[in-house]
Design a protein around this ligand. Sequence first.
Ligand SMILES: Nc1nc2c(ncn2[C@@H]2O[C@H](COP(=O)(O)OP(=O)(O)OP(=O)(O)O)[C@@H](O)[C@H]2O)c(=O)[nH]1
Ligand SMILES: [Mg+2]
Length: 431
Amino acid sequence: MIKFNDQNEVIGEEYNAILVGVELDEDISYSMEELKGLCEAASIEPICTMVQKMERPNTATLIGKGKVEELKEAVNNMEADLVVFNDELTGMQLRNLEEATGVRVIDRVILILDIFSKRATSREGKLQVELAQLRYRLPRLTGFGKSLSRLGGGIGTRGPGEKKLETDRRHIERRIYDIRDELRSIAGTRTIQKKQREKNDIPVVCIVGYTNSGKSALMNDVIRKLDRAQDAENKEVFEKDMLFATLDTYRRRIDLDDSHSFVLVDTIGFVSRLPHLLVEAFKSTLEIVTEADLLLDVVDLTADEYDMHVKVTEKVLKEIGAYDKEIITCYNKMDLLDEGRLNALNFTGKNSFLISAKYDRGVDELLEEVKKRLFRDRVEVRYLVPFAKGAATSGIRKDSEIKSVEYVEEGTLITCEIPEKYRSRYEEFEI
Ligand SMILES: Nc1nc2c(ncn2[C@@H]2O[C@H](COP(=O)(O)OP(=O)(O)OP(=O)(O)O)[C@@H](O)[C@H]2O)c(=O)[nH]1
Ligand SMILES: [Mg+2]
């Protein structure tokens, strides 16, 4: 028996779930394996898997009539209390399937949303997930309210009774409006922060990639290497062997040396069939990716389908409008591959690096390349600015990385590295 708390969230006991997938024209075995991983991340125990090959899904129940009967029997025989579909279900399909099986039915979208809602920590992250949940619920409200219907945003939430439907709909719409409002104001604050960053002109590097590939591990390795501050340890981010360990973006300033710094950003991981609603909701958090000077796509070499992971990442980057960025692919976890497999890999050029974020292998070479790309358009220039032109001196300080400053009779003598695009601003002082 599953217990709910006041908010209708599941407490205590795990669900025993039957996983169901529909195979149209592509092989879904990997996707079903991943669904198991997602279940585990949501404390759901997958007890059996059913796949139906078909040409066209059934409008009323997704799977065919016979398969529904089979599912019903399996639920009874195995005492399952949940059915998880790999495909997104319509409101009608959810209702019909719940009626037929007598247990709660959810789909991949609710499952991922549920994991996200449990893990989100920042105010913004929580609001974004809630927004996606509400937008999922709204078109599925109609027709619900039969005794068995328990459609909710999260796995543990129970749906409304028929009479409450209209009130619920209005309530949801109002809540969506309020959330959007608050998200806009959070985004506004971020624009101010962005302006400040631009003033300092520190380049931004975003770590992106499939979930569990080692993005946070890479971030932590770089922090350990280069952050000489006493509280470097406190700057490390959460890293764990589970799907969606990171749900917010984390920014850290990294000083490569005295005159080369950048902001390194750890982001949320991607997954195949990432619900579109969620990508939408996370667009503002991922906005930093679209503004980055360079992306590091971390790929887990030990994953059987890492090619597919690269493709999924490409697809999401396209969706958020960041695919035109410079990308370095970082093939990670090389420590887990034997010599033979490593030798078989043939990465040429400076667009792919073989690394181990955990054991700090290949990361120095990677950072060397990052440095080259970020600062390649900088030139070393010497300026002599008369004391009367104080504004130019502060302008140079703002726009460049200062190497040295000397005060001579004629004025201030500055040696600095300045981005090519700002050079002309101070042309008259160049010596
Ligand atoms: N053996 C080995 N394990 C690694 C390496 N890099 C990361 N890991 C492990 O892989 C797991 C996932 O690493 P994370 O850094 O949390 O992965 P992530 O990409 O941030 O994942 P999400 O935040 O969930 O998207 C952790 O258990 C890491 O310790 C590596 O180079 N070698
Ligand atoms: Mg992470």
